[in-house]
Write a protein that binds this ligand. Structure first.
Ligand code: FUC
Length: 827
């Protein structure tokens, strides 16, 4: 018999074991999203995995697990164009009406002659679902569902009748399969029935000769374009112990010790013009290779492949008790609480999502990355190139994921091919152009009603990404290879710009300021010489001018661009102290439109800066304040970047608070879903990427002729560090450590040499105790040449308040290729 002492002792042992088991269950990387309940039927509660080609949403439902599947090339339709050739003949009349102030009439005419009469873009579509039924698992305890983004693995665990069941899922980068591993704490306990389903109407589900489940289908027709993408998905089950059997369309495993389900998916898509691939052979080949490997082997390789990218950057903003709570509870408490680690998690989640949805050789991340469950997703899950698709790639270069920029850069080069015909046929112009949307078929004609669709800046803006990629890596061969695309984007404007009848400026007409319209124009969006159009042409020309200097070619062409650039309208500051969106001073200070396109010049471009253009800084600040903070998810993501460029960390942080709020809690605006997907709403991934970019911009900037460390540190991030951030000119901020707003240590590596100009909040010394040279004059580093912004025209009613730039230090350090510079807080 146990005496009371022994009784207490055994109770202690039981408690200790229970406690340590519990601790073990919670013990995972701080970079983990986790929950105490399944996603049930809420897609935005499910957790995403992906390898750039394949995407899956894991619901973690206990009795009926659901894994929703995507493949990057499963789109409706097929190769097609959507130009409207009637545009050319009507162009002079549309222009005349706009110059005469008859914007509404111009819009009505353009709706007939310029708006596409063909496809308005195709739809990114789902493949289907894998369903796994676990009979008798209706009652469970100790449930936990997680996504560990430090390893790219999703896990579900729970207890039924004293047995702990675990499911792990990965999307293998190297082997092109999704693998789901099912284990239990006791042998012989794994029993389930796996089946597949699909919302695709032209698809069949069957068991093949190898006793694998398959979905074979062709995507749907849309807007007169025949669905031509053939896809094949295969699911294979491998069990250890127990029995496996199959019926017409399901596979049953009974009493196994463990099992792995492998899924491969492939299509006939070769490129945007060619669908002659063999989806069956491809899906089989992926399966044949992937399924020979154990889950442990796949996981091991996958960790290396994933961490090769992910581990390049670390961020530490501190950690509090709040970080121990489940992710959905942290989201609810973030705004009022103290949970800096949630910002780190959200930041790294942006990088996780890019690694998972955008891999070299694949399609760029679309409006939903690579995760979509609907046959007709919002905005077709296309590429909206008047902001959203670009925003997806803002973190790519700076957060050290430059290789993952490739799918987007490739898309730009394909749009440059397709867009030559659009420029010629619709506008009689050389070069290439694109309107405000494209899709997997790289359409470059107008999409949607003319109010949105007429915007012509798609080529100018997207081609800046090629220029940016070069500015970060400094690779002259790469510059040579992209020069024709940059030149084509500029050439379009050489032919498309027209002289304004009154002020003689060269303007884009018809133009728009994406998706907005001034009341003064009867709600028509069409105008001439909008600020964003002017800024885009300025950048398109400036990139070619600088590239031609660096490549020592095309000097005459570059000179002609210089002359035209001088004739673009300067920016204007209106009577409300705002940066004018339109050529006339007609902005409404109560307009809270989500697009603030005229601040393109502040970010991502560098035509406006508190340091170089004090008047435009003042006007941009007024515009940002007038437009307000809360808006759609992506708009708030952009605002984090803008306030960072305004060097106002506290305001940028306010936007992070808005973004990290549960969807529905920001009145009239977006936020985040429980799985931390950005809520426009609906889900749109751009806000995730925009915010990750913005957080980087708060800590390191390299747009303004120098590397600026801690340019916009909010008061709440008293102490912290970041590693691995890339800056233009081949620099890497290997490490940056701060305390109380001052840099304690900065380690910067130069990969190509050149002058390192540093702007910092406090005096720094070289590690060896040597003082630094105070910078003067122009930065001689060619990657830090910033084109001069023309002086603005300022309304006499506008009040100008420049930024307070006290307490900044500017140093120059000469570097050689490969050199590592270590700086410490100065005495
Ligand atoms: C633009 C935005 C919308 C949405 C859509 C995908 O049209 O104005 O808010 O993000 O793209």
């Amino acid at each position: 018999m146990l005496n009371s002492k022994n009784c207490l002792k055994s109770l202690f042992v039981v408690l200790f074991v229970a406690f340590s088991l519990n601790v073990k269950a919670q013990e995972s990387s701080p970079l983990t999203l986790w929950y105490k309940q399944p996603a049930a039927d809420v897609w935005t509660d499910a957790l995403p995995i992906g390898n750039g080609r394949l995407g899956a949403m894991i619901f973690g439902n206990v009795e009926n697990e659901l894994i929703q599947l995507n493949e990057h090339t499963v789109w409706s339709g097929g190769p097609n164009r959507n130009d409207n050739p009637d545009a050319l003949a009507s162009l002079p009349e549309v222009r005349r009406l706009i110059f005469e102030g008859k914007q509404k009439e111009a819009e009505q005419l353009a709706a007939k002659t310029i708006q596409s009469k063909k496809s308005h873009g195709q739809k990114f579509q789902p493949v289907g679902d894998l369903k796994i039924a676990f009979e008798g698992h209706g009652t469970f305890t100790d449930y936990r569902r997680e996504l560990d983004i430090s390893q790219a693995i999703s896990k579900v665990s729970y207890v039924v009748d004293g047995v702990t069941y675990t499911r792990e899922a990965i999307a293998s980068f190297a082997d092109n399969v999704i693998a789901i591993h099912l284990t239990a704490s006791k042998p012989g306990k794994i029993s389930f029935i796996a089946s597949m389903a699909t919302p695709q109407p032209n698809a069949t589900i069957a068991l093949n000769a190898e006793k694998e489940l398959t979905i074979s289908g062709t995507t749907t027709d849309h807007e007169g374009v025949k669905g031509q993408v053939k896809f094949k998905s295969i699911a294979k089950v491998k069990n250890q112990g127990g029995e496996i059997s199959s019926s017409e369309n399901s596979i049953e495993v009974k009493n196994a010790n463990e099992a792995t389900i492998y899924i491969s998916i492939a299509t006939n898509f070769n490129n945007y013009l060619d669908l002659t691939g063999d989806e069956n052979a491809r899906a089989q080949a992926f399966m044949a290779k992937g399924s020979t490997k154990s889950f442990a082997d796949l996981l091991k390789t996958n960790r290396v492949d994933y961490q090769k990218y992910f581990d390049r950057v670390s961020l530490n903003l501190g950690e509090t008790e709040a970080s121990k709570l489940p992710t959905d509870e942290r989201l609810k408490g973030f705004r009022e609480g103290d949970d800096p680690q949630l910002v780190t998690l959200y930041y790294q989640y942006g990088r996780y999502l890019l690694i998972s949805s955008s891999q070299p050789g694949g399609q760029p991340a679309n409006l939903q990355g690579i995760w979509n469950q609907q046959m007709s997703p919002p905005w077709d899950s296309k590429y909206t190139i008047n902001i959203n698709a670009q925003m997806n790639y803002w973190p790519a270069e700076k957060t050290n994921l430059a290789e993952l920029h490739e799918p987007f850069l490739k898309m730009v080069s394909e749009m440059a091919e397709a867009g030559e015909e659009t420029a010629r046929v619709m506008y009689g112009a050389r070069g290439w152009m694109a309107h405000h949307n494209t899709d997997i078929w790289r359409i470059t004609g107008p999409v949607d009603a003319i109010f949105w669709g007429i915007w012509s800046g798609g080529g100018a803006w997207t081609s800046q990404h090629l220029w940016d990629h070069f500015q970060y890596n400094g690779d002259m061969d790469y510059l040579k290879s992209i020069y024709p695309i940059l030149k084509g984007a500029a050439m379009f404007y050489v032919d498309f710009l027209v002289e304004h009848p009154e002020n003689k400026w060269l303007v884009v007409n018809p133009g728009t300021s994406p998706e907005n319209a001034p009341a003064a124009h009867d709600g028509s969006s069409l105008d001439a010489g909008t600020t964003m159009d002017n800024q885009l042409v300025f950048d398109a020309f400036s990139a070619v001018i600088q590239a031609s200097e660096m490549l020592d070619k095309d000097q005459t062409f570059a000179d002609s661009l210089r002359a035209m650039r001088d004739r673009l309208p300067p920016m204007q500051i209106g009577r409300h102290g705002q940066l004018q969106e339109w050529l006339d001073d007609i902005d409404d200070p109560n307009d809270h439109h989500r697009h603030i396109s005229h601040l393109y010049g502040l970010f991502p471009s560098n035509q406006i800066s508190p340091l170089r253009t004090p008047e435009l800084y003042s006007a941009s600040k007024n515009t940002l304040i007038q437009r307000g903070d809360v808006s759609t998810g992506w708009s708030m993501g952009w605002k984090v970047n803008w306030w960072a460029r305004m060097l106002d960390g506290n305001h940028a942080y306010k936007l992070i608070q808005n973004q990290l709020s549960p969807v529905g809690s920001n009145r009239g605006g977006g936020g985040s879903y429980n799985n931390l997907f950005d809520a426009h709403p609906p889900f749109q991934i751009d806000g995730n990427f925009g915010c990750t970019s913005g957080i980087t911009e708060m800590l390191v900037q390299s747009a303004n002729g120098e590397i600026h460390l801690l340019p916009a540190l909010p008061d709440v991030w008293k102490e912290g560090s970041i590693t691995g951030i890339r800056a233009k000119g081949g620099f890497e901020v290997v490490e940056l450590k701060w305390k109380d707003g001052k840099i304690e240590k900065a380690v910067i590596k130069s990969t190509i040499g050149g002058n390192l100009r540093l702007r910092v909040p406090n005096t720094l010394d070289l590690e060896k105790g040597k003082g630094l040279k105070v910078a003067s004059g122009e930065n001689p580093n060619p990657f830090y040449q910033v084109p001069v912004t023309a002086d603005p025209i300022v309304s006499p009613e506008a009040e100008i308040i420049p930024a307070d730039l006290s307490d900044m230090k500017l140093f120059d350090i000469k570097t050689t290729k490969g050199e590592v510079i270590t700086l410490v807080a100065g005495k």
